[in-house]
Design a protein around this ligand. Structure first.
Ligand code: 6PG
Length: 225
């Protein structure tokens, strides 16, 4: 586990970009796979992506969770990132948005198939980006649910009653996240920082983020107070 504590947005952003550059450059394939997160914590890093040293035509973009709303709505995670896509040369065929016109269950099944068709039956992303909610959720893996306790066996599941709106989502599970080659958890601002720091300092917690654990890869905690 790598813990990076940063003390300014500039330092946080610079470290985040360096981790992304290293994770994507380390890919043994010419093609690599990056899963993006929603929420506020990755935003400063996304802002700096156009200046990063990344071979974008070789990068496929995915979403580690998505809200089941049309892509042109402001609370769509795709919509949030689409703004940054204007400034990076990613071919449209490399952009794998969730099909939000489907039911959550059908979208989860379709996204699993799409991922497996590109990454194989045991998909290992080169890098998965995540944020943490104030309640300790990550992706759309919420407290007091089986998926939030890492007890489900699927790679991607529908969420029908998210406590954070909008209620319908699909999400990567810990099973899929933890087999990635690199996981970058972005933790910005209170109360997220205090919650994560307490656990990193040994305080017991059953919040979902405590199930993050890179099976064979690198897990980075990028923290900005
Ligand atoms: C989402 C997310 C989610 C997010 C956290 C933090 O779509 O809601 O991907 O996991 O990263 O909820 O979001 P905030 O930074 O906005 O609190």
């Amino acid at each position: 586990m790598n813990i990076l504590r940063t003390h300014s947005t500039a330092e946080y952003t610079q470290n985040g970009i360096q981790i992304i550059e290293k994770a994507l450059a380390a890919s043994t394939d010419t093609i690599c796979h990056l899963a993006l997160a929603g929420g506020s914590s990755p935003l400063p890093i996304y802002e700096s992506l156009p200046q990063a040293s990344i071979n974008w035509p070789n990068v496929h973009l995915w979403w580690s969770d998505e809200r089941m709303v049309p892509h042109d709505q402001s609370d769509s995670n795709f919509h949030q990132f689409n703004h940054f896509l204007q400034s990076i040369p990613t071919p449209s065929t490399n952009i794998h948005a969730v099909q939000t016109s489907l039911s959550p269950s059908s979208a989860a099944t379709a996204y699993t198939s799409e991922i497996q068709s590109h990454l194989g039956p045991l998909p290992q992303f080169d890098l998965i980006l995540l944020g943490i909610g104030p309640d300790g959720h990550t992706a759309s893996l919420f407290p007091d649910t089986p998926e939030g306790q890492n007890t489900v066996d699927e790679y991607i599941i529908p969420v029908l009653n998210s406590p954070k709106p909008p209620p319908q989502r699909i999400t990567f599970t810990f099973k899929l996240i933890n087999q990635a080659k690199n996981i970058l958890v972005t933790v910005k601002d209170q109360p997220r920082v205090a919650t994560v720091e307490a656990w990193l300092n040994g305080q017991p917690s059953n919040r979902p983020f405590t199930h993050l654990s890179a099976n064979n890869g690198n897990l980075y905690w990028l923290i900005s107070d």
